[in-house]
Design a protein around this ligand. Structure first.
Ligand code: GLU
Ligand code: ZN
Length: 487
């Protein structure tokens, strides 16, 4: 590719940064980095009413959190700015004037009521609604009359019946019957441009080489190809990503599904590298069975023509698995640091501060079990705070109360006599105790483990004893005995 690769995401700041936008951003980012091109952020905020500052902040912070910084755009600027369409409004007007001059566009004076009536009449005849072209051939006198009457006017682009076709980098040859579009609006009566217009103008002014976006924009692309022709622009190359669906194949929706990067993922304890890896596989694959990729590996491996055309299924289980994988790749210290912010219980937070090494030892034991950083609170709580549990939990499945009591009593004795809490001492001592009692190891180890953790699932008894320590372990086993023997 000779010319410089320049790609962009063009978010409209009307909601939280969501999975779909993140995927569009990621594919553009990977494409840019792969070819040493530029990744640009352009904010499409022409719709003042729906524009919202918080959402812009959420989008930009989300991009950075995922590791995608931009070469041109908000905060960093660049040679083709401004990068907010709100600050570019004056730029669009001359292009509209040019289209009107060349008779490729015209003013439409139809009122909302007239347009609705037209649409209803068409629907009545079971025809797909499209603008009738009423104002296309107004006489000078008619125009004068409308202007005299002070009627507001939008600007419509003339669409002649034709087939629009283009080579999509992902979908191959795509064709649209333009006669279905009707003459569409490019400028509102208040003078602001519509998305189709400002988007195509800015892509041209910003020298965008490739427009890579979701399949929901296919019809816009066809319209924009016509607009680009009329404006004398060379169209960029297009690539459209498949839809993202839920596991039940329903459409992912902002309202019904967890799609917000910051609220549903960052705040729940997902790691950015896991999300990036997961999102990359929403539509793209390497052509092999391989599933784990760092950002750099994605940059190296990414091929736009390996993005598929069938819908991508959002598999939450797989994301959790992947997050667990990335947590396991981190050191104990990193997990401790990243996980601490998820501890909401003040008492526990204080305890963790007071005993930082103990905290690390506890994390080391539960590290492999974590799927989310936010699970840390629940997983380490009993290391610091004596657990509460039902006495019956102490009794292993095939054991009974008498055996369990005997096991716990003997465990107190054995543990009290240990010289160190190393595995090589703890394990033979407890196994020996079970043997002496002529009960199964499992009966004793289960009871001790529950006495220490209060959980039906936890790291094993030997490891727990090692971390919790002799004195506290003995206390917990004693209180387990008390629980079991008090009716
Ligand atoms: N503002 C548009 C959107 O958020 C941009 C689409 C595009 O990438 O061209 O959907
Ligand atoms: Zn009209």
């Amino acid at each position: 590719m000779a010319e410089e690769i320049r790609v962009r995401i063009a978010p409209s700041p009307t909601g939280r940064f969501h999975i779909g936008t993140a995927r569009t951003a990621l594919f553009n980012y990977l494409f840019a980095k792969k070819f040493n091109g530029k990744f640009i952020v352009r904010v499409e905020d022409t719709d003042k009413e729906r524009h919202d500052e918080d959402s812009l902040k959420d989008i930009l912070e989300g991009l950075l959190w995922l590791g995608m910084s931009w070469d041109e755009g908000p905060e960093v600027g660049g040679p083709y700015g401004p990068y907010f369409q709100q600050e570019r409004l004056g730029l669009y007007e001359p292009f509209v004037a040019q289209l009107i001059d060349k008779k490729l566009a015209y003013r439409c004076y139809c009122t909302q009521e007239e347009l609705s009536a037209e649409r209803e009449a068409q629907q009545g005849k079971n025809a797909a609604p499209k603008y009738s072209g009423h104002c296309r051939n107004l006489t000078a006198t008619e125009i004068d009359q409308y202007e005299q009457a002070g009627r507001p006017s939008a600007v419509r682009f003339i669409v002649e019946p034709q087939v629009v076709s283009f080579d999509d980098l992902i979908k191959g040859k795509v064709e649209f019957d333009a006669s279905l579009f009707g003459d569409f609006v490019i400028q509102r009566s208040d003078g602001t441009p519509l998305f189709v217009l400002s988007n195509v103008i800015d892509d041209n002014l910003m020298k965008i080489s490739h427009v890579l976006r979701g399949e929901d924009h296919l019809v816009n692309t066809a319209k924009q190809i016509l607009l680009a022709e009329a404006l004398g622009f060379l169209s960029p190359q297009f690539g459209h990503f498949p839809m993202i669906l839920n596991k039940d194949r329903s459409k992912m929706s902002k309202r019904k599904n967890p799609v917000s990067i910051s609220d549903d993922y960052k705040a729940k304890g997902f790691l950015p590298d896991a999300l990036v890896n997961f999102i990359a596989l929403l539509g793209w694959n390497s052509g092999t069975e391989r599933e784990i990729f760092s950002m750099q590996e994605l940059i190296d491996e990414f091929e736009i023509n390996r993005v598929g055309t069938s819908p991508s299924i959002f598999d939450t289980e797989k994301l959790l698995w992947m997050n667990g994988y990335y947590i396991r790749q981190k050191s104990i210290g990193e997990v401790a640091e990243a996980g601490r912010v998820f501890i909401t219980n003040d008492e526990l937070q204080k305890a963790v501060t007071a005993k930082p090494d103990f905290f690390l030892n506890a994390i080391a034991l539960v590290h492999d079990r974590l799927k989310l950083l936010s699970e840390i609170e629940d997983q380490i709580e009993y290391f610091f705070i004596s657990p509460k549990y039902e006495p019956s939990l102490l009794i292993a499945k095939k054991s009974n109360e008498a055996n369990t009591l005997a096991a716990l009593k003997s465990a107190v004795k054995v543990v009290s006599e240990l010289k160190t809490m190393g595995l090589d001492e703890v394990e033979p001592a407890l196994r020996g105790a079970a043997e002496d009692l002529k009960i199964k190891d499992g009966e004793l180890l289960w009871a001790v483990r529950v006495a220490l953790s209060g959980r039906d699932a936890s790291p094993g008894a030997f490891e727990l004893l090692g971390v919790i320590g002799k004195e506290e372990s003995v206390n917990r086993i004693k209180s387990a005995i008390k629980k079991l023997s008090t009716p």
